[in-house]
Write a new protein. Structure first.
Length: 77
């Protein structure tokens, strides 16, 4: 399993909770009710990507740390 760097754009986050519901071991709400990454290795890659895709405002970025490839959102060409 690849090592992933998972980040949440707190400015963009609208606290929908979809990511927390999809991957609760990875995402939790912080004191401001914004999504926060608590354990980027807390779920399989497919689950983390599903959580990122579930964000209605695309506030989550997932990068493969080994290759530097941005897995979500897909890089613009």
């Amino acid at each position: 399993m690849a090592s992933l760097k998972v980040t949440v754009n707190k400015t963009r986050c609208i606290s929908s909770g979809d990511c927390v519901e999809t991957a609760p071991a990875v995402f939790q709400f912080d004191a401001d009710e914004k999504s926060d990454v608590v354990n980027p290795a807390g779920a399989p890659e497919a689950t983390i990507l599903a959580a990122a895709r579930s964000c209605p405002v695309k506030a989550i970025t997932v990068v493969n740390e080994e290759t530097g490839e941005q897995l979500f959102p897909p890089p613009k060409k």
